[in-house]
Design a protein around this ligand. Sequence first.
Ligand code: AMP
Length: 291
Amino acid sequence: MGALLITKRRELRERLDQLRSQGQQVGLVPTMGALHEGHLSLISRARRNCDVVVTTVFVNPTQFGPTEDFDAYPRQLESDYEKASSAGADMIFAPSVDEMYPESSATTVTVSGITSGLCGGSRPGHFDGVTTVVAKLFHVVGPAKAFFGKKDYQQLKVIEAMARDLFFPMQVVGCPTVREKDGLAMSSRNTYLSAAEREKALFLYRGLKAAREDYLKGERQCSRFIRRVEMSLNFPEIEVDYIELRDADDLSPFEETLNRPAVLAAAIKIGDTRLIDNVVLSEAAESPEEN
Ligand code: AMP
């Protein structure tokens, strides 16, 4: 049976209130649609961990900058519906912009500290948009667990901080990055890439993977990891936005020596397409795929 497609907050809340009153635990997977295997892995995980699975498909205008790709962002609700249903979603919430941001909306949720630098540095206001919409979704859905990908590592940490600080009575679950066979992290934005750009995009992961191999061989000097990724991205078609090493937990920067688990994160632009990826450098993470 297919999932229920719901566009109104009120209907979603009423249905979920009823299920919660029967003791069912709700799992939430927020997305902006154009679903791929990365998204579907989150839905499958929610299916395994929760009684009721809600996926949201909403291209959130407040997290896009004025020169970013809000209008061009792929919208394909019909195929998203099919994919999310097959992966195990019970309800797909696809609200309009007005439904999420009624005209009277005057509230923004801001997380400080952890939002500075990395994507927060190059996309001012981005995380305010993310935390505002995710807080709204948490209130409407009331999940016991919400599932987010480690591909957007800073986003995951920001949402963990928001859920903690605003006392949302729920668990934020971080899930591994799903990659194409050749290693490119799956992303809805990969569809923007031409074949030639797609080839270059792979060097982002190659650089991160090489840095991780250095780490496993015992390298601990921070600048060496950065240099390794820089070298692998040294093509005229690739514009490097940032390459940074941060504490894997609180995203604090390092001095020169890597002395605790770290995330090595990078963002690049190829043509008009912005891509991000990361690997965790710690004894525990066996391979980049298991980050
Ligand atoms: P998006 O639709 O890009 O906003 O992503 C929705 C959710 O899917 C976020 O929690 C992302 O981190 C997650 N996600 C996106 N791409 C991947 C991927 N390749 N592997 C795992 N999770 C992903």
